[in-house]
Design a protein around this ligand. Structure first.
Ligand code: FES
Length: 217
């Protein structure tokens, strides 16, 4: 469900394979849930059960699983399998079997992927780009992201103040983990959780970019 779960792909694949299942992602991972549903349906699989797994922080609401599956159901041109969704989100892999005991089928009447609340660009003053490319992720990008989000929450800054965006490689990989702040054009390297917290406090709240961790431009 979350970007952090993409980082734990191998763990998820092992757990899935041992149960004769496959893995799909609702964001930033490959295959997407829609592509995997199409692949299974094209193979003639008649009965699919989706179990949402959230091993990391900041997953979208569980309801998104039904929304995405419902959208796929409505758009599916060929034969449609029965698609069930487990009623509870799994936060620990040993709980996978327990989740299967309570599931509800997709009917196609689920809410869609759009909402009036998501029509406009937010009025954010700054956009923080957190690198989740391979080098930054291997060198602590997940912890950096977590500290950044928690710091913003503690400071009371929401999407209308600071928009946080995960990105692929931003190029100065040697400086990983990398975070950049736009439109300030301020780039930071070696952003560990302490540095992320300081970026929130000094740059995003007080408006003064940190001199430490700042990369030359
Ligand atoms: S992977 Fe982060 S800058 Fe390249």
């Amino acid at each position: 469900m979350s970007v952090s779960d993409v980082d734990r792909r191998d763990e998820l694949l092992t757990a899935a394979r041992s149960r004769g299942a496959t893995v799909a992602f609702v964001q930033m991972g490959d295959p997407s849930l829609s592509l995997e549903l199409t692949r299974l349906a094209d193979l003639g699989v008649a009965d699919i059960t989706l179990v949402g797994v959230d091993l990391g922080p900041l997953a979208p609401a569980h309801s998104w699983l039904r929304r995405i599956a419902g959208h796929w159901w409505r758009e599916r041109a060929g034969a449609r399998p029965v698609v069930n969704v487990a009623s509870r989100l799994v936060t620990s892999l040993p709980d996978l079997e327990v989740a299967l005991t309570d599931r509800k089928p997709i009917s196609g009447a689920e809410p869609g992927l759009t909402s009036a609340a998501w029509e406009d660009v937010t009025g954010h003053r700054r956009q923080v780009l957190v690198c989740r490319g391979p080098r930054c992720t291997a060198r602590g990008g997940e912890e950096t992201m977590r500290a950044l989000i928690l710091g913003l929450m503690e400071a009371g800054l929401g999407d209308h103040d600071v928009l946080v965006t995960h990105t692929g490689c931003q190029f100065p990989c040697n400086q990983a983990p990398v975070v950049s702040v736009q439109p300030d054009d301020v780039w930071y390297g070696d952003v560990d959780p302490a540095a992320a917290t300081a970026i929130v406090r000094e740059h995003l709240v007080d408006g003064t970019p940190l001199s430490r961790n700042r990369l030359p431009r």
